[in-house]
Design a protein around this ligand. Sequence first.
Ligand code: SF4
Ligand code: SF4
Length: 212
Amino acid sequence: MIITKQKNVEELLRCVDSKPVFLIGCSQCATICHTGGKDEVIALKKAFETKKIPVSGWVILEPACHQMNDKRMLKDNAEELKKSEKILVLACGNGIQTIAGLIPEKEIIAGTDTLFLGEITHASEFHKRCIMCGECLLELYGGLCPVSQCPKSMLNGPCGGSSHGKCEINQQIECIWDRIIQNMKKRGTLQALSNIQQPKDWSKAGEMNRRI
Ligand code: SF4
Ligand code: SF4
């Protein structure tokens, strides 16, 4: 799932600058993250109206990154959209760009920050799993990703700061390299780590205009 964090209301109020605004949420990831579902869109609408900012309408897209669904649902809201000067989107960066492409004549405001692909571990608790590097290396590390989960993206073992299973950058998080080694030891595959990995080819993460 794509994990997002809602920007704070004060920042959004500044961006909207008292202009009529139309609010857009997303029925999938942003709903599960509680950053852009119906509840959050309605809460933001109330916050704006309390500050006398006109909200011309709102919609929850299904989902915001689905261009064809968006076209249909935005058409149903054409009048409300016409009355707005700005569009505030509570979705991931992908959804926000889909809207920006469909409504180029309006100013688009990103209502969230997009963080990573994550696993849902508890309600409202997400663990970073993938940063979409373009060349998955999980088979080299027994299914655990040091590219996304090690703050230094170490590919050939832990840095010198790994201590008692914790990361030197943040003691609250585990050193993923400690887990990789423990797991591979248990499976008897530790020897595979002696193959030195070359620096990652980050150009693969930046392929532009890629269509699948
Ligand atoms: S190696 Fe790359 S694609 Fe695979 S999980 Fe890690 S960041 Fe994601
Ligand atoms: S302590 Fe472990 S997770 Fe943290 S930066 Fe070093 S190798 Fe990466």
